[in-house]
Ligand binder design. Sequence first.
Ligand code: ADP
Ligand code: MG
Length: 139
Amino acid sequence: MAIERTLSIIKPDAVEKNSIGGVLALIEGAGLKVKALKMMHLSRPQAQGFYAVHKDRPFFGELVDFMTRSPVVVIALEGENAVARYRDVMGATDPKKAAEGTIRKAFGANIGENACHGSDAKETAAVEIAYFFPGFEIG
Ligand code: ADP
Ligand code: MG
């Protein structure tokens, strides 16, 4: 299987609940390697740009409000089949539908405040990692 990279964000709700360590434990426990990591408080343009694909969805304003209300932790992960593997670690978008042992089951509150982001494909992962990490911040 191919070694891939994917982008994870620990969202404001999980950071507020002191769950950075809990989320990282599940990520590292799944064998994914942290390649780069930083905490940042997203501006509205940064959040809008990151979620531009959702700009016409009814929840876009709510999503930008949420993602900018307090700091997030942005993480580039690497491992075999990392994109799909991390989607499995996150669980379903709606925490109510997420499997036991997943990040969203453990730390998510609802479909909007669901503790974490993960890229949905190898191509979007490359774009999302480059959005947050310039070359000198990631090996
Ligand atoms: P995922 O994060 O699982 O890839 P999406 O890409 O569909 O899910 O949505 C991006 C984010 O937008 C979700 O993680 C969640 O924070 C928010 N979101 C998605 N659907 C809704 C909804 N129906 N109501 C409110 N927020 C939503
Ligand atoms: Mg998505």
